[in-house]
Design a protein around this ligand. Sequence first.
Ligand code: DX5
Ligand code: ZN
Length: 224
Amino acid sequence: MLQPRRPPVIVAPSLLAADFSRLAEEAKAVEAAGADWLHLDVMDGHFVPNISFGPLVLRALRRHVRLPFDVHLMIAPADPFLDDFAAAGADHITVHVEAGPHLHRSLQRIRGLGKAAGVALNPATPVESVAYVLDAIDLVNVMTVNPGFGGQKFLAGQLPKIAALRRMIDAAGRRIALEVDGGIDPASARAAVEAGADTLVAGTAIYAAADYAGAIAALRPAAG
Ligand code: DX5
Ligand code: ZN
């Protein structure tokens, strides 16, 4: 019997695991290797215990890469910087539920800047935190590690959360990307997609590989 067709998954390599001395080259390399989006992890040393890069780096990269920039803000507050990231070339801007007191206002601002609005859920953050703002959301990022570092182990306890969000999104009846972020390798990618994820962020699994195209292809569910 024919199975209902799901759209192919989106693969978004996280530049956090790239060689930081060659960022543009590393971004172009995943573009050439078949990536769909480029995931950019912005960390402030305050919301998360690590510091990465900000809008100036995005702006510099924007001149070299055509891929949509999927910008994951692990910063608090995020609101004062939304305009800067939009101007620097972000296509999607994702804020954490805990980044400020007025999530809906942050999402409205992102949409107002003409960008796709995302919300990231920490492992302990419940799905209910987005239940009443779904109409303002274009992307949900389910963190399957504690945010702040690449190379951590996938938290399988998040799979029921992915499934619950899949049900909420399907009930909402409009396109909202369901992204999973942290510890994604071919095995966890398969579990996440089976639970309902349609977008895979992967840093280490791609950038630690010798063959980026092979690593990206290995995350996509087998056809058929
Ligand atoms: C973690 C970041 C992730 C991270 C994923 O704070 O949000 O995007 O780069 O890296 P891996 O795939 O190595 O877990
Ligand atoms: Zn991320």
